[in-house]
Design a protein around this ligand. Sequence first.
Ligand code: SF4
Length: 447
Amino acid sequence: MAIKVGLVSLGCEKNLVDSERMLHKLRAHGYELVTEFGESDVAVVNTCGFIQSAKEEAIETILEIAKLKEEGRVKKLILTGCLTERYKEEAAAEFPEADAVIGIGDNKDIVDILDKVLHGERIVRFSPKMDVELSGERILSTLPFFSYLKISEGCSNCCTYCAIPMIRGKYRSTPMEQLLDEANWMAENGVTELNIIAQDTTRYGEDLYGENKLCELLHKLCQIEKLRWIRVLYCYPERITDELIETIANEPKIVKYLDMPIQHCNDDILKRMNRPSTKAKLYEVIRKLRTAMPDIVLRTTLITGFPGETEEQFEELCKFTQDIMFTRLGCFAYSQEDGTKAGAFPDQLDDEVKQHRADVIMEQQMHISYDYNMRQLDTVKTAVVEGFDKWAECYFGRTAADAPDIDGKVFFSSERKLAVGEYVTIRINDMLDYDLLGEVIEDESAE
Ligand code: SF4
């Protein structure tokens, strides 16, 4: 009887891609993959560990499964991912219940490690993080029509508040031919929406080819016939070139959506974050984007309460986001992380102040999102079907303006039965704070 393995993937989509590669290896080696831990022999936890809240979620998940192990419902527990990579031996000591505690450089050997664990060994191993596989076969765990293409590993930007470079290592681009093979394989297996991800997608190729190759990669991805939507996430503002703006504007398959985390707008704060942006440069790149694509959907991420952030600097951030009116925005209270430069800065703020400022920004953003949704009323859009909501008795899905898992949805009625992954034309006739409502119309002239 096949040994049942359950895997939980915490954190970001980049970690999810790592999980999908481990799932493929496990199944290829004859392990049966299950989705419920209560019925698995082996539990693998691919942890996240870059900020306090993520670490707490990982620890909670591990302790939950350790309890199942105590009850004999799970026999073996394997821990990997950013939390174990960051804390290594400390993590191994912290979780004696775990039969294996490994680093991200060991994910490629998950089968060998599981074999040893099943023979009663306890494995504590942290291979060089540079050993992380940059590509590989996957079992797609998202809805069948969309997925992620992770184009590189690590980060070399070294923002002072960020633990990722010390966890994932310096920036390594995946060779383009491997990415195109992976994208073709996904397209041949039903993926029509491809989300391009990395810690910094806009640095692609510079390490490997000595020049930026993101635009070339995007043009080649657009030639994959079965792909319909290509979305670029995690763009570093300073690396958004005129060529990239043109590429996004002129390639019909690339959705007019850009995720561009800016973190702040005050020049002094940006400098202390070790981000080469300035407020003037941010205004300029956003002006260029909106000149080339007036309806572009701009998403960003902000940090409030960075050490030393004054009330005036915070007011400046509020005024900047009110002025720019990002379509989508996420805001995090600064997390003081051990091992980071900013973590040792003297002028740390109280958690309440940090969180209050994040709440103020999100309150402001709710109104901006509402106004944006108001402007969508009575427009006709293309949406991809994600499912049927039995409670609301209607279908739900996303338009090109909605990235998976982080943005809103559109809920819509249809006279005919729809399939998951189908692209339909919708007239928007109502709205909520972050979501849109509509009905399917049989008319191809959608946005
Ligand atoms: S760009 Fe900055 S915040 Fe993003 S992963 Fe790299 S170091 Fe961290």
